[in-house]
Design a protein around this ligand. Structure first.
Ligand SMILES: *[C@@H]1O[C@H](CO)[C@@H](O)[C@H](O)[C@H]1NC(C)=O
Ligand SMILES: *[C@@H]1O[C@H](CO)[C@@H](O)[C@H](O)[C@H]1NC(C)=O
Ligand SMILES: *[C@@H]1O[C@H](CO)[C@@H](O)[C@H](O)[C@H]1NC(C)=O
Ligand SMILES: *[C@@H]1O[C@H](CO)[C@@H](O)[C@H](O)[C@H]1NC(C)=O
Ligand SMILES: *[C@@H]1O[C@H](CO)[C@@H](O)[C@H](O)[C@H]1NC(C)=O
Ligand SMILES: *[C@@H]1O[C@H](CO)[C@@H](O)[C@H](O)[C@H]1NC(C)=O
Length: 475
């Protein structure tokens, strides 16, 4: 019984991966993005390599004709370290390759010798290491929180030339140390560099950990950006498949629809591309509809004063005489309410939103009781502009078309068509602006650290929006 339970638990745990959950959002880093990463990473790597510690060395050597010479080399310090040449590339299936060439390190230290029992001598030396090359492979994987994580998969370092210049002391001693230092230094550097490179790579992880895998949108919704599968490394980009799904805060219920697979076209003029599927926006509709917030009361004071038609039984009486007769001299109120979640669809260069809703008209009694007059079914077709503002995606709607039918009347039959132009005006002048004010606040894009987007452009493609952008990190 227990083991069956375990198997079921495991199956349900692994099933999203196994069944290949499609991402709602794809975040792609291009070669140009890696280049920018290289520039930032190099600063870290340089600092890291400057922490190379060359230990004190000592020993003794038989030198004829004087006999045993004891020596020590101490206080070896890095004066300067340069990484003039470096390159990054993609390793399909693994991650990123980093190669560094012609690197150099200048060091300074002190030497001391003792021989023939009583003779002591000392001085300093300068050391220059050149033609240092490092090649490393950075593997990119996913961690258990759905964030990317990097590690050093492979590393090799080799030292080209080592040159030593001694200050002070007898010249015959130089040859003795020269060989010794050179050999020890080579092996010390080769031993330490790769572990410092690995440390520098690991130091990227705290930054990657700042990926907003669960980002709050407002008091009702949050959006999940955890990876739904391992990062995909091709020869031109790294693709992170992110969930990209809105949820009611603290209550993760799946909608009755799922993401359509999509694959952004090969483009490389920007550092990063973010593909946002229609699924993501539709999951937002599902969430807000569940939260019961897709409704709006319209009162007369919300209607521009220039409008000839007011929300009272007198004006409505001109279309539906029964209203003026049954409820004379009362103000009215309209309730616009979504019937189900709105459906956003993306066609090339075209975003449309289909919303089906009801409009209920009420007369407001003097004691504030609302008496229902009629209910209309309204389908609206809306076109949308989607744009990126800072690190958010925002939108703006305009009404294209509206179809209405009468659902219920409490005031006898009437021609719905007579209300057409009035309700269209209400939608355009009151409802759409209220919705647009909310959409302007936008929702957060996936982001790490102090990331800013620059040179951002947006294309509407079939079933998704493609944002191309460059990135700048501050601080
Ligand atoms: C990259 O991979 C694709 C197919 O996976 C291949 O057609 C293309 O030639 C490769 N490009 C390079 C530069 O290797
Ligand atoms: C949304 O509209 C598209 C195209 O009009 C349609 O294919 C899709 O099934 C609709 N989705 C939902 C959830 O109604
Ligand atoms: C956008 O799509 C809608 C519905 O598919 C269509 O009626 C409209 O003409 C399209 N607009 C443009 C500019 O293509
Ligand atoms: C409010 O007034 C209406 C009409 O006069 C009446 O039918 C209704 O019972 C009143 N409601 C309350 C709560 O007093
Ligand atoms: C938003 O759409 C409305 C039409 O519904 C238009 O008047 C307005 O200029 C648009 N605003 C922006 C910022 O695009
Ligand atoms: C609204 O659209 C639905 C299908 O999406 C249709 O069944 C219904 O009749 C439409 N209502 C109106 C008022 O056009």
């Amino acid at each position: 019984m227990v083991s069956l339970w375990c198997v079921l638990a495991l199956l349900s745990f692994f099933s999203p991966e196994a069944s290949g959950t499609n991402p709602g959002v794809i975040l792609r880093v291009t070669q140009k993005g890696l280049e920018y990463g290289r520039q930032i990473g190099l600063v870290t790597l340089q600092k890291k390599l400057k922490t190379v510690k060359i230990p004190d060395m000592s020993g003794s050597e038989k030198v004829s004709p004087i006999g045993k010479v004891s020596y020590s080399l101490t206080g070896i310090q890095i004066l300067d370290l340069g990484l003039p040449k470096s390159a990054v590339g993609l390793v399909p299936g693994t991650g990123v390759s980093l190669s560094i060439g012609d690197a150099y390190i200048n060091l300074h230290g002190n030497w001391r010798v003792k021989y023939l029992r009583i003779i002591k001598d000392s001085g300093s030396f300068d050391l220059s290491v050149s033609g240092l090359s490092i090649s490393a492979t950075i593997s990119v994987k996913g961690d258990d929180t759905g964030r990317p994580v990097v590690s050093s998969a492979n590393c090799a370092a080799s030292v080209g030339n080592v040159k030593i210049k001694f200050h002070g002391g007898a010249s015959w001693l130089y040859n003795l140390f020269k060989h010794y230092i050179e050999k020890a230094l080579r092996s010390e550097l080769q031993k330490q560099i790769c572990s410092l490179v690995a440390e520098a790579i690991e130091e990227m992880n705290p930054h990657l950990k700042t990926l907003n895998v669960l980002a709050q949108v407002d008091k009702y919704a949050e959006i999940e950006y955890s990876m739904v599968e391992s990062p995909l490394m091709s020869n031109s980009s790294i693709d992170l498949s992110l969930k990209g799904e809105f949820y009611n805060i603290g209550q993760h219920k799946e909608p009755p629809f799922s993401p359509t697979p999509f694959s952004p076209p090969a483009q490389d003029s920007n550092m990063m591309y973010i593909g946002l599927s229609a699924f993501t926006l539709n999951s937002a509709g599902f969430v807000y509809n569940n939260a019961g917030v897709l409704s709006l009361y319209i009162t007369d004071d919300m209607i521009p004063s220039s409008f000839p038609i007011r929300l009272n039984t007198k004006t409505f009486g001109t279309f539906i005489p029964q209203i003026a007769k049954q409820y004379p001299g009362l103000m009215m109120k309209l309730l616009v309410k979504a019937e189900k979640e709105p459906n956003v669809s993306f066609e090339p260069d075209n975003v449309t939103l289909q919303a089906s809703s009801t409009v209920t008209a009420y007369a407001i009694q003097p004691n504030a009781t609302l008496s229902p007059l009629f209910v209309l079914n309204v389908n609206a077709s809306v076109s949308a502009r989607i744009y990126v503002s800072g690190l958010t995606v925002a939108g703006n709607l305009s009404l294209d078309e509206m179809d209405m039918t009468l659902a219920t009347s409490y005031v006898g039959p009437f021609q719905v068509k007579s209300l057409d132009s009035f309700l269209t005006m209400i939608m355009k002048a009151v409802v759409i602006p209220v919705v647009n004010a909310l959409l302007r606040q936008g929702y957060p894009l996936p982001a790490i650290g102090n990331m800013n987007l620059v040179n951002t452009q947006l294309q509407i493609l079939k079933d998704y929006v493609l944002i191309g952008t460059d990135v700048q990190f501050t601080g």
